[in-house]
Design a protein around this ligand. Sequence first.
Ligand code: PXP
Length: 252
Amino acid sequence: MNLLLGVNIDHVATLRQARYSGMVDSPNAEPSPVEAAEDALAGGADSITIHVRGDRRHMQEVDAYRVKQATNLPLNFEMGNTQEMIDIALKLKPDFVCLVPETREEVTTEGGLDVAGLYDSLEPTVKTLQAAGVQISMFIDPNVEQVEASANIGAEMVELHTGCFANAHTDEARELEITRLKQSAIAGHNFKLQVNAGHGINYENIHFLNAVPHLAEFNIGHTIVARAMRVGLTQAVREMKELMKAYSPNPI
Ligand code: PXP
């Protein structure tokens, strides 16, 4: 199976909110997340990711409903483990929920979810959403203990946090991060989890991930939206998909 690309379009809403905060329904409110999802689809996106944060700094709840309605692409709803977000997810019924840690101060999601440590508070959320037909992914640091906890809690997927990999700028540091990703991907595969990866992947560093086995999907946002400024979103997605063709789930 080919490596899939989930396109995170949160930063399309970041730009809109910079001017039109509180005015999502204004005819001037641009750029449009729905149009972005359509453009990503045209470029070969396999799914769309939207993160409605507690502070609504980019995507608004209404964006999630509109994007879901407008495209046939699977929707991956990223959310913190709060009752407010559970209620939204139950109304939205996305194909997937990716549970992420969320604090107000962070610029973006900065660390993986501590599934092992937060097991008791996460388990009811996993069960509630699965009962509504939603598949669950856990966004975790590349750590075998967290992979095992994700399998035990009954998640279908893990998304390995590639932020440390992306910030490793020496060969040695990068090798270390690739090793952690490899070990976690192998553990995930052995636990029969779908193994995804995301955060900080860009057009320059993506090829290093060809060394990591068993990956099913990348979730990529920032670099694609940034590249879209130069070439448009459809072309930016197309270029990323092209780079992903070099991946084989069983690297030698
Ligand atoms: N996966 C998760 C769980 C994220 O929180 C984010 C960032 O919102 C991404 C993937 C995409 O990261 P980036 O925007 O750096 O590509």
